[in-house]
Design a protein around this ligand. Structure first.
Ligand code: SAH
Length: 242
């Protein structure tokens, strides 16, 4: 039903949570499940808790890193109960996130990413995201069970899809407006990092500057055309001038 919307679970500890997440997804018409290094999978507990969504478990793809799981996505929303220092665009309201995600999913793959039961997502993983979302909850106890967080956000996505004004018809986007994939953005940031080091602007190999610029471009949301313009500029700067 929502083929371009992917759910990514990062290093899930309890296989039961994978099964319960698959069930939550299927009830909301989402079927693309990607698991980043699950502790134990396949597993009978995952299949038992899927209860009718075993097909999703059988088709789930297992990958080694979050970057690999989302490389073809044009929007990657990390679900997190805590706010990080990294100034990524943040959705305080899941319904606003869901409307944006559904709109982007009309043209390209997008992902919703969930962290580990105990420690959530690392800062490096948050850096693979273009946005963050939090589910508003009791300030004294705001951490949901993983599969319940999947259920809440999957329901928001399904609701946004149902209420979509032009439900069913998506005119192709002009190339100007098309969002870059995470892989295209990663290549741009590698290129920018290389130029910053070669020019002597950056001296530390893992300077915070690179993370800040990454967050800046995540907020600016350049189109594919704008990213290729910036790459052209970087290439010109790399060429020795006569
Ligand atoms: N102790 C972890 C919580 C992990 S809960 C932490 O502090 O980050 C497992 C996952 O469920 C989280 O990584 C997140 O993806 C999701 N989750 C739980 N509660 C959430 C909330 N209130 N808003 C958004 N995502 C939430």
């Amino acid at each position: 039903m929502l083929p371009n919307i992917r759910i990514v679970l990062v290093q899930t500890y309890h296989p039961g949570n994978i099964g319960a997440s698959a069930r939550a997804m299927k009830t909301m018409g989402i079927t693309d499940l990607v698991l980043v290094k699950p502790r134990c999978f396949p597993d009978t507990e995952a299949t038992r808790l899927a209860a009718g969504a075993e097909d999703l478990i059988e088709c789930a793809r297992v990958v080694d890193s979050l970057a690999e799981a989302v490389s073809d996505c044009v929007q990657v929303v990390g679900a997190s109960a805590r706010l990080r220092n990294l100034p990524l665009p943040h959705f305080d309201e899941p319904d606003a996130m869901a409307r944006d995600l559904v709109e982007n999913a009309a043209h390209d793959p997008v992902a919703l990413v969930f962290g580990r039961e105990r420690s959530g997502l690392t800062n490096d993983e948050i850096r693979c995201c273009s946005h963050q979302v939090s589910i508003p909850a009791n300030p004294d106890y705001a951490i949901l069970n993983l599969s319940q967080a999947v259920q809440v956000l999957a329901n928001e996505v399904f609701t946004a899809w149902r209420h979509r004004p032009e439900n069913g018809y998506h005119p192709p986007r002009a190339p100007m407006d098309r969002q870059p994939t995470q892989a295209q953005l990663a290549h741009f940031h590698d290129h920018l990092g290389r130029v910053m080091r070669q020019s002597g602007f950056l001296t530390q190999p893992h300077a915070q500057t690179e993370a800040q610029l990454q967050a800046l471009f995540a907020r600016a949301r350049p189109s594919r055309k704008e990213v290729s313009l910036l790459r052209g500029l970087l290439s010109a700067l790399e060429r020795p001038s006569d």
